[in-house]
Design a protein around this ligand. Structure first.
Ligand code: DAH
Length: 339
C-alpha cells in the first residue's frame, strides 16, 4: 500500500507538470483527491491493515494528500501568473502608433447655401415657413390661377396620389397656405422639395428644391421686388453681381418676370456658360395676381404683393460652377469634400 501511495504522488506530480490550464487542473484534482479519486480509494482499504501499520500508512496518506494539494495550488498560481503575463503583452498599447483619424462630416452644399439664403432673408425681416409636399391640386394649381384645363400645367407634370392629390411641383403652393392663414403684412420664404415627372439628366431631376418668397402689404410695388432680389444676389454672389428682369408669363403673377444675373464666368462679355448672353437665368418672379389674392380672401384693391420662386440646385450650381446636377445627389465624398 505504501508503494501504491508513493506511486500516486509520483504520477500526480508528473502530470501536473504538463497541465496548461485551470480546467485540466480541476480534472486532475478530482481524479486524485476527489471522493471517488485514487487516494480515497486506497484509504478505504485501510480497514484491512494491521493495527501497527494503520497509523503509519494513515500518516503517509495525509502527507501525500497535503503535498498534492500544495502542488496543485502552486501550479494554479503559476498558470495564473503566466496568463496575466500573456494578457499584459497582448493588450499593451503602443502609444507611438499614429492615431486613427475620425472623419468629421459637414453640411451638403445644398444645405449650406440654403442656410445662407435663410440668413439673408431673416435679416430682412422674413419668416421661414414650411409647407406640405403631398398637396391638393387646389393649392398647387387651381388657387394659383391654373384651372384644370390650363396649358401651363403640361410643363409641370407630376406624380398623382389621386385625382385631387399630388406631389407638389412648386413651392408656390405655400403662398396659398400662408395667405389663407395670415393677414398682411406677410413676409415669408419657404424652402422645400418639389417633384416633377422628369427624367434625370445634367439639369433635371424628379425631385429638386425650390425657395419661394412672398411679400404682401399695402403699397408693395415692383421696386420692392427688384430691391429685395438685388440685395439677395449681391449677398450671395458678391457686390459686383447685377440682376436683370425680362418679361415673362406666370399664371399667378401679373406682371411676371424672369430674373437673370450677370454671368459669373465672363462678367457679362458673353461666353459658353451664358450662351453669349452675358446673363444667366436664375429665377421667376412677379407681382401677385389679384385673382390669387382674392382666392385667399385678401382684397386686391387694398393690398398688393410680390412673389418669387427659385431652384436651389441652380443657385448652388451657378455659385460653384457645377455643370451637372447629378453630382449634388450622388454623395460622392470626392465631390462633397470640395465645399
Ligand atoms: N413656381 C414657379 C416655377 O416653379 C416659379 C415662380 C415664378 C414662383 C414666379 C413665383 C413667381 O412665386 O412669382 O416655375
Amino acid at each position: 500500500m505504501k508503494e501504491q501511495l508513493e506511486n500516486i504522488e509520483l504520477r500526480a506530480r508528473q502530470e501536473l507538470e504538463k497541465i496548461q490550464d485551470s480546467a485540466e487542473l480541476e480534472i486532475l484534482r478530482v481524479r486524485y483527491l476527489g471522493k471517488k479519486g485514487e487516494l480515497t480509494a486506497i484509504l478505504k482499504q485501510m480497514a484491512t491493515l494491521s493495527a501497527e501499520q494503520r497509523p503509519v500508512i494513515g500518516q503517509l496518506a495525509n502527507r501525500i494528500r497535503a503535498d498534492i494539494e500544495e502542488a496543485i495550488s502552486a501550479r494554479m498560481a503559476q498558470l495564473k501568473a503566466a496568463l496575466s503575463e500573456k494578457r499584459l503583452k497582448e493588450e499593451r498599447i503602443d502609444v507611438t502608433l499614429p492615431g486613427k483619424k475620425r472623419e468629421i462630416g459637414k453640411l451638403h452644399p445644398l444645405n449650406s447655401v440654403l442656410n445662407e439664403i435663410k440668413e439673408i432673408f431673416l435679416g430682412m425681416g422674413f419668416d421661414v415657413v414650411d409647407g406640405p409636399e403631398v398637396e391638393y391640386d387646389y393649392y398647387n394649381f387651381e388657387a394659383l390661377n391654373l384651372p384644370p384645363d390650363h396649358p401651363a400645367r403640361d410643363t409641370q407634370d407630376t406624380f398623382y396620389v389621386s385625382d385631387k392629390i399630388l406631389l407638389r411641383t412648386q413651392t408656390s403652393s405655400v403662398q396659398i397656405h400662408v395667405m389663407e392663414n395670415q393677414k398682411p403684412p406677410i413676409r415669408i420664404i419657404s424652402p422645400g422639395r418639389v417633384y416633377r415627372s422628369d427624367a434625370v439628366d445634367a439639369t433635371h431631376s424628379p425631385i429638386f428644391h425650390q425657395i419661394e418668397g412672398l411679400v404682401v402689404d399695402k403699397g408693395i410695388t415692383m421696386a420692392d421686388l427688384v430691391g429685395t432680389l438685388d440685395l439677395l444676389m449681391k449677398r450671395l454672389y458678391g457686390d459686383d453681381c447685377k440682376i436683370r428682369l425680362r418679361p415673362h408669363h406666370f399664371p399667378f403673377t401679373e406682371p411676371s418676370a424672369e430674373v437673370d444675373v450677370l454671368c459669373f464666368n465672363c462678367g457679362g462679355k458673353g461666353c459658353s456658360m451664358c450662351k453669349n448672353e452675358g446673363y444667366v437665368e436664375l429665377l421667376g418672379a412677379g407681382m401677385v395676381h389679384p385673382k390669387v389674392l382674392a382666392n385667399c380672401g385678401i382684397d386686391p384693391d387694398v393690398y398688393s404683393g410680390f412673389a418669387f420662386g427659385m431652384g436651389l440646385e441652380r443657385i448652388v450650381m451657378r455659385k460653384y460652377g457645377i455643370n451637372d446636377m447629378r453630382l449634388l445627389y450622388e454623395n460622392d465624398l470626392r465631390f462633397l469634400n470640395q465645399f
